[in-house]
Design a protein around this ligand. Structure first.
Ligand SMILES: [Zn+2]
Length: 368
């Protein structure tokens, strides 16, 4: 077998399973936070509090390493998976070594993980700063390096929070009702792109030292023939999720909706968790319901951006057709703001990269 300079075996060349959403022409639009990030209910200056109920449908195996699971190989072909349910209590979730499995409600996708994924999409859509860059990529992000001043925050730092600022979205843990949602998948070993030696050439904008944009892995069918066992959520499992929001304007709700891949007529599956290069982590979000809580001091329907056909009454529940209209209007408002909170060209680019057609192609198990 040939070896490349960085020690990675040269397999059959495969197409690299990712692409970039360019940074975009728009600088992060940094403003002072005008609304209190900690208020529980809207206080009449436009924002509303409420919640988004949604279903996650796994399109592929999903593994989120949340520290609550332990995978133990007992013997050569014997293994079991335990999950921590208290400080020192574990239950066996899966196993083939005779251990007794117990039915439990499994926190399978921590809210913090899901929030991070939605945020990274929202950053690309809104031209916000990129908070999740590693030490390799951070210096090359130019003006998209993370916000530093609490009085100069980009839309995502305001909405999702940053150091010393709490943000307006709270994503709850996603649980599975029972262990039948879980399975074991043997994942191929992964190499770091470029063998972990600095920024691969492909990441760089032509003729500049800077990063070309934000990286997203394509959807793929999971690769077979791996050896690294992982506890995964099986494909075609439905899980319930909930996001609470406070003091959020209609356009900001639109950014959240688009970042969940739920913009009406512009939807796409998103990817989360481990093993993205080998086809893991594809999920579809479906918003089932949006509930707007009433304003604490009575929202003024004439000034609220939620007013008009959608009304200014208290505790509105949007489902079915009314939900579709609300989501449509929220995303539209986000695209029409100046500067836009959802940049239409960025949304289109991400839709191309995350086309569900990718799920029909099998991922390569080899190095890339
Ligand atoms: Zn920021």
């Amino acid at each position: 077998m040939m070896r490349s300079q960085n020690g990675i075996p040269d397999g059959i060349p495969v197409q690299k399973p990712y692409d970039f959403v360019p940074w975009g022409v728009q600088e992060p639009h940094r403003t002072p936070p005008t609304r209190d990030g900690h208020s529980v209910l809207a206080d009449g200056n436009g924002g509303r509090a409420g919640r988004v109920d949604f279903t996650i449908i796994t399109k592929e195996v999903v593994h989120v390493g949340n520290g609550r699971y332990g995978f133990v190989t007992v013997n050569k072909d014997e293994w079991l998976v335990g999950m921590a349910v208290g400080a020192r209590r574990w239950v066996i979730v899966q196993g083939n070594s005779g251990g007794e499995a117990r039915e439990v409600s499994l926190p399978v996708i921590p809210g913090s993980t899901l929030k991070g994924v939605i945020r990274s999409v929202a950053e690309a859509l809104s031209g916000s700063c990129a908070v999740a860059l590693g030490p390799n990529t951070r210096p090359s992000a130019g003006r998209f390096r993370p916000c530093r001043r609490v009085d100069q925050l980009c839309p995502c730092c305001r909405l999702f929070g940053t150091t010393a600022y709490a943000g307006h979205f709270q994503v709850q843990d996603v649980t599975a009702a029972d262990r039948s949602a879980m399975g074991v998948y043997r994942m191929p070993l992964l190499w770091k792109p470029g063998g972990g030696r600095g920024l691969p050439e492909r990441y760089r904008a032509v003729g500049t030292p800077g990063l070309v944009g934000r990286k997203f892995y394509f959807h793929r069918r999971h690769a077979k023939g791996g050896s690294d066992p992982r506890l995964v959520i099986k494909p075609n499992v439905q899980l319930s999720g909930r996001i609470l929001f406070d003091n959020v304007e209609l356009a900001e709700l639109g950014l959240l909706v688009a970042a969940m891949g739920c913009a009406p007529g512009r939807s796409f599956p998103i990817k989360l968790g481990a093993g993205k290069p080998v086809g893991m982590g594809s999920v579809e979000c479906r918003i089932d319901r949006v509930v707007l809580f009433g304003g604490a001091r009575g929202a003024d329907a004439s000034v609220s951006p939620f007013a008009g056909r959608l009304g200014g009454e208290r505790h509105q529940v949007f489902e079915g057709e009314a939900l579709g209209e609300l989501l449509q209007r929220a995303v539209q408002e986000a695209m029409e703001q100046n500067p836009p909170l959802v940049i239409p060209s960025q949304l289109e680019r991400l839709r191309q990269i995350w086309s569900p057609e990718g799920l029909e192609k099998e991922a390569s198990a080899g190095p890339y």
